[in-house]
Design a protein around this ligand. Structure first.
Ligand code: AMP
Ligand code: MG
Length: 406
């Protein structure tokens, strides 16, 4: 059986980004750039005022009085030369007229008469001037391939005249739940049936991460029916199944996937939860068979499927960050498998602490509710004390609440 690090390595070696697409800029939010981007424009297009104020030639200021000879709003221009000792009343963003080099804000002046102002304080030459090309030069590389587009990047690209961007698309992920015991939410789970909660859990994970879930419903534990359902997932960018991937008599996912062309890359990892995890590709499309137990599905999504999806989406840093934090409570010694514990992160005296969830059972959705991190308790780890320094895997931000404040 392989270990967690080997599983991660296999995923890292296998997954390549999806084919890039060109989309209108507005659709680029959260996507990763597939090419470097160069500015089409120079910004600012001309030297201009950073304030509402008076523009004048610094060298001619003399006694601190200026004669105003005109008004210039943004979007307009003033073609005449402004002589020494003269000023233009200028609004933010208006291009500086010829002859001036400095702007005094209105609030630092006093109107003496209709066309005379006095400055309250001395300014350096060039104060409140934004220079041509100071933000962007035409042709300058402004963003690099691999950069994720945040709102500020979208704004900058718009200002540079970029109407569309070449990005890696958000993966579309087919979700298939397997198990004769499952019914859909809204149906009555009688005779020992349970609700297909994994489909909801995984779709929520995918949406939170910016990917598109495609629900394939429930497949019965019967080879023919299972095969037909699995085939429906082969048009997506990734197929994720839950359940039926362990060593039980009705665990048919692996043999059926192999029948429809699965190239198996790994099955079974020495972790708890998540031991039966299956990973492979069908005609290049990544396929994950995740365990059916809800908290095991949730953990293996975070540990394997999410980084794989981030790689498909072009992220160069696909893995969740790890962080050194303090353990809030003592923990029992580790066993023969790497044991991922769900927990809450909170801040005590400016330091992050990890508080393991009360429930860690892989069969319970409740184990993972509210958790911000997974702590991989190492194989054969000695028992740990409260206050020990541990490395945790961050799942998301922001952090949770300090339980002692509840
Ligand atoms: P399996 O891996 O198929 O043996 O499933 C293990 C356990 O996970 C089952 O006994 C169910 O209790 C649970 N389970 C499997 N699939 C789901 C699902 N889609 N939603 C909720 N629980 C599930
Ligand atoms: Mg099953």
């Amino acid at each position: 059986m392989i270990d967690y690090q080997q599983a991660i390595n296999y995923i890292f070696q296998t997954i390549k980004p999806l084919a890039a697409v060109r989309v209108p800029l507005a659709e680029g939010l959260d996507r990763v750039l597939a090419e470097d981007v160069f500015s089409l424009l120079e910004l600012p297009p001309a030297d201009n005022s950073a304030m509402d104020g008076y523009a004048f030639a610094h060298a001619g200021l003399g006694d601190g009085f200026l004669t105003t000879i005109g008004f210039l709003p943004a979007g307009d221009h003033f073609s005449a030369f402004v002589n020494s000792g003269e000023a233009i009343r200028i609004m933010t963003g208006a291009p500086l007229p010829k002859g001036v080099d400095t702007v005094v804000p209105i609030e630092d002046t006093e109107q003496i008469s209709d066309n005379r102002v006095r400055l309250h304080k001395r300014l350096e030459r060039g104060t409140n001037v934004r220079y041509q090309g100071e933000e962007l030069k035409a042709g300058e590389k402004i963003l690099c391939r691999g950069q994720q587009l945040d709102p500020a990047a979208i704004g900058m690209l718009a200002s540079a005249g970029i109407t569309d961007v070449c990005v890696f698309p958000a993966p579309r992920v087919a979700i298939l739940s397997t198990g004769d015991e499952l019914v859909e939410l809204g149906e009555t789970p009688d005779n020992g049936k349970i609700i297909n909660s994994n489909a909801h859990l995984l779709a929520a994970c995918l949406r939170q991460d910016g990917f598109f879930p495609i629900q394939l419903g429930i497949a019965k534990d019967q080879p023919g029916k299972l095969e037909a359902c699995l085939r429906k997932g082969l048009n997506a960018d990734m197929l994720i199944t839950t359940g039926g991937v362990s060593v039980g008599d009705r665990d048919l996912v692996q043999p059926t996937l192999i029948e429809i062309g699965l190239k198996k890359i790994f099955w079974q990892v020495a972790t708890k939860p998540g031991k039966p995890t299956l990973f492979g590709t069908i005609a290049g499309q990544p396929v994950f068979g995740l365990p059916g137990n809800p908290a095991a599905s949730a953990a293996t999504y975070q540990l394997y499927a999410r980084p794989a999806l981030r790689m498909l989406a072009g992220h160069s840093q696909p893995f969740a960050p790890t962080l050194k934090v303090k353990l809030a409570v003592p923990l029992k010694a580790g066993g023969k498998r790497l044991h991922f514990l769900w927990g809450n992160l909170f801040i005590v005296d400016g330091e992050l602490q990890f508080d393991p969830s009360q429930r860690q059972g892989s069969g319970q959705n409740r184990s993972a509710v509210g958790a911000q991190a997974l702590f991989p308790l190492p194989i054969d780890s000695p028992a740990l004390e409260a206050g020990d320094s541990i490395d945790i895997i961050m799942l998301n931000l922001p952090l949770g609440q300090n339980p002692s404040n509840n």
